[in-house]
Design a protein around this ligand. Structure first.
Ligand code: GLU
Length: 313
């Protein structure tokens, strides 16, 4: 093990130990009943550096519900499918609103502010679904995750998907509202079905950190050496993660952590230090904006101790 690897190992272990001792863990999401069953004491952290070295600590191999983290990957797929035409139906501005807010949609005639709030992600899912049956679209999303993580064992937690489907009144409202403006092409129930299921993909921190490598590596998949997306697209997805990846907590995340990142209400966050590392953290307790409380604290510590903020050490 070289010096950089041992420093990385030490920092990751230290942070996991510090997080284990904290009591201010936030609240586990309960609006999807199945998510409320998760252990609030769980914590995992994985960093994959540019050489492929993996530093891991805590519950790093426990699969959890990735929820909105999936939106980074569906955005990547949709851009691959329709390119910049996607921006005709989704914006690229931070919303400053909660993840499931409906107010902005009325003012902006059914065009969601960005691809990472629920409405935006539903519009992106609709784009992936066009020309396919829901099952095929979902298969494409799942295979993409498996390919990026280099792990065919990744699956969808059908109990979480069913639980969200049963309680998804707000997301149904968002989808129906967009449909009334012609922003969705497919039947609302098909689009929502695919959306709920891709949010219910279960992955561990290790699998997520692996899947995020292409964003840290300027679009390339280090396993194959081939481009997942062009360099310019990776840069742009990272820009959206930085500005919109944490809902109405995005400014605070950029201020404290200084890295592109995307959170999910399952308590996971993926982030990356461009050119340096892909990171995944999981701690199920959330803050008021629906972002993992300890996950953000851990990433702030990591970025600070390793001098990784994109704005300078
Ligand atoms: N599936 C969740 C929802 O649509 C995702 C929310 C999130 O992770 O922030 O409500």
């Amino acid at each position: 093990m070289n010096d950089t690897a041992s420093t990385l190992d030490r920092v990751v272990r230290e942070i996991a130990d510090e997080m284990r001792q904290r009591t201010d863990r936030g609240e586990v999401a309960t609006y999807i009943p199945e998510l409320a069953r998760v252990d609030p004491g769980a914590f995992g952290l994985v960093v994959v550096d540019a050489s492929g070295y993996v530093a891991a600590a805590g519950d790093c191999d426990t699969p959890f519900s990735i929820q909105s983290i999936s939106k980074v990957f569906t955005l990547t797929l949709a851009l691959g499918k329709v390119g910049d035409k996607l921006w005709e139906r989704v914006g690229r501005e931070p919303s400053g609103s909660p993840f499931n807010s409906i107010v902005q949609l009325e003012r902006e005639r059914g065009i969601p502010r960005n691809p990472f709030i629920n409405a935006g992600a539903i519009a992106v899912t609709d784009c992936i679904l066009s020309g396919h049956q829901p099952r095929e679209a979902l298969g494409e999303i799942l295979r993409f995750m498996q390919f990026l993580a280099d792990d065919d064992s990744i699956t969808i937690d059908n109990a979480v998907a069913a639980s969200e489907q049963r309680h998804g009144y707000r997301n149904s409202a968002l989808a129906n509202y967009m449909k009334s403006f012609g922003v969705l092409d497919n039947p609302v129930e098909f689009t929502l079905g695919v959306y709920f299921h891709h949010c219910a993909i279960a992955m561990s921190c290790r699998q997520l950190a692996m899947a995020g490598r292409f964003l840290a590596q300027f679009g390339a998949n280090p396993s194959t050496g081939l481009a997942v997306v062009q360099r310019e697209r990776a840069r742009r997805i990272n820009a959206l993660m930085l500005t919109c990846g944490h809902y109405d907590g995005s400014g605070e995340f950029a201020y404290r952590v200084g890295l592109p990142g995307k959170s999910g209400v399952g308590g996971g966050i993926i982030a990356n230090a461009p050119g340096k590392a892909s990171i995944a953290v999981w701690a199920p307790g959330l803050d008021a904006s629906g972002n993992s409380r300890l996950g953000q604290i851990a990433l702030e510590a990591l970025s600070k101790r390793l001098g990784w903020s994109i704005f300078g050490a």
